[in-house]
Ligand binder design. Structure first.
Ligand code: NAD
Length: 473
């Protein structure tokens, strides 16, 4: 059920009042909310699995592994690490500045808005919320209208576990989010597509609101011709099949040496048969496409490809099912290279060299992830230095998300701002600088007051003459 539009400003004002009351300041209070969030995920996991089965046909194991389990672990670890993260810092300074007590306070940004998408609606809602809670912010969570059962469930369970004066779920679609975006927030954290990101960024600009944009794009895979193509195919197919390819970090297309293309295709066919002996159409380990319009979008892209379909996925439009479909001999300009696929279609683009693969990637927007399969350190270093992407992952797909300590972010078209654990905490934290000048410093400061003697000018401008070391190229 959508939140009443007229209630939205009142919700924001209420959260503001809570923030100003100082209730979220004590670390122990934040830790309690984080543990409560973990308890919610643990206790309500069956309802969460049921909701995501209904909305997305998402396999239970996937939900427990990639959504519920990750949230519990990250909420608990964030609570445990929070005292360390939140420590006031005293930077190393020159001896003569030490009496000023230079200090960096970790201040919560304030009242923040989190807008999440449908594809991993649990982790993409609570991953940012964990950081907001840890930082001491109050927050509105706006889940996606494309997962209505899940979003409704959140509206019911969140107030049972988290303080309702501090964290609120607002449900709805364009009218509700438009109202949210009219208001001033102290940070907006948006995860979703680049088109809507531009609407969010324009709204944020009106209030100079700081913004995190976690977006997507076409994440390529480059396979070095010397790499084991059978292993590469297994690891790529697994990453592609999670949530039926509806993942921001899904391998979008594969660049393979031309004379290795058929070997790769045979490996994909072999591993597909091993993963789904009866096919993926009715497999409980394979999800559905989120909506009829996305299902239509995918089948339309397939109908227009000029490539050769080598693994023909069966289609069941009524149940929004689409089996993994692999297409070889795809070239620049093909329908499958037009936009982020965000579904179980995998185009293979043959190239004549690694350099050509690099050029192909560099001719397009910066992807969220660049995947590369190679045993050679020189190839890895070439890719690190000659390409740009949010992350660069060698010899696997999707698994990088299991590492809590790595920052997650895009670059260029794939977004900006960092998240996961301490990085999310930092996103919602303002580094508030301070000095506290002692009265006793007055004799040392006397030199700064006008009128300036020649000697004073010399001392005050001494930094101009800082010796610059010779640079080595
Ligand atoms: P979506 O349609 O659920 O939209 C995301 C949010 O934007 C929703 O809460 C929705 O209410 C809101 N929204 C929709 N239309 C709006 C409008 N006109 N004005 C303001 N807000 C609006 O999800 P989506 O965008 O289809 O999500 C898929 C995209 O998200 C893909 O591009 C994917 O790569 C990207 N994604 C990125 C990450 C990441 O962490 N980088 C994670 C998941 C998904």
């Amino acid at each position: 059920m959508a939140t009443s539009v007229s209630m939205i400003p009142k919700i924001r004002d209420g959260l503001r009042a809570t923030f100003r009351s100082g209730m979220t300041r004590p670390i122990a209070w934040r830790q309690h909310q984080l543990y409560q969030l973990a308890r919610m995920a643990q206790n309500e996991r069956e309802l969460i699995c049921d909701a995501l089965k209904k909305d997305l046909g998402k396999p239970r194991t996937e939900v427990l592994m990639a959504e519920v389990g990750s949230i519990i672990e990250r909420a608990v670890k964030s609570a445990q690490q929070l005292p360390e993260w939140a420590k006031t810092e005293y930077p190393e300074v020159a001896d003569w500045q030490k009496p000023w007590k230079p200090t960096v306070y970790k201040a919560p940004r304030g009242t923040v808005l989190i807008v999440s998408p449908w594809n991993y609606p649990m982790i993409l809602s609570f991953q940012p919320l964990i950081g907001a809670i840890a930082a001491g912010c109050t927050a509105v969570l706006k889940p996606s209208e494309l997962v209505p059962t899940f979003s409704q469930l959140l509206a019911e369970i969140v107030p049972k576990y988290l303080d309702p004066n501090t964290y609120r779920v607002v449900n709805g679609a364009v009218p509700e989010i438009s109202k949210l975006l009219e208001l001033q927030w102290d940070h907006i954290f948006y995860t979703g597509n680049g088109r809507v990101a531009r609407i969010i960024a324009s709204a944020a600009a009106k209030h100079l609101t700081p913004l995190t944009l976690e977006l997507g794009g076409k994440s390529p895979v480059i396979i070095d011709s010397a790499y084991d193509h059978d292993l590469a195919a297994k690891r790529i197919l697994w990453g592609k099949c999670n949530n039926a390819g509806q993942i921001c970090v899904a391998p979008d297309y594969v660049l393979v040496q031309r004379d290795k293309q058929d070997e790769l295709v045979r490996a994909f066919q072999k591993h597909y048969n091993a993963f789904f002996p009866e096919g993926a159409l009715d497999s409980p380990s394979f999800g559905s496409i989120v909506s009829d319009s996305h299902h239509k979008r995918l089948t339309s892209l397939l109908s227009r490809t000029k490539g050769d379909v080598v693994l023909q996925g069966r289609v069941d439009a009524a149940r929004r099912r689409l089996e993994p479909t692999i297409v070889k001999n795809v070239a620049g300009g093909d329908s499958l290279l037009e936009e982020e696929l965000f579904g179980p279609i995998l185009p293979i683009v043959p190239v004549d060299s690694l350099d050509q693969a690099v050029d192909f990637v560099n001719a397009r927007s910066h992807p969220l992830v660049l995947y590369a399969f190679s045993d050679k350190e020189s190839v890895k270093q070439q890719l690190v230095s000659e390409t740009q992407s949010g992350g660069i992952i060698f010899n696997d797909t999707f698994q990088q998300l299991a590492v809590h300590e790595l920052p997650f972010a895009g670059v260029g078209e794939s977004g900006y701002g960092y998240q996961v654990m301490k990085y999310t905490y930092d996103t919602f934290t303002q580094l508030r600088s301070s000095i506290d000048m002692p009265k006793e410093a007055e004799p040392y400061l006397a030199i700064r007051y006008p009128p300036h003697s020649e000697e004073a000018v010399k001392a005050l401008t001494a930094a101009v003459h800082t010796p610059i070391p010779p640079s080595r190229q």
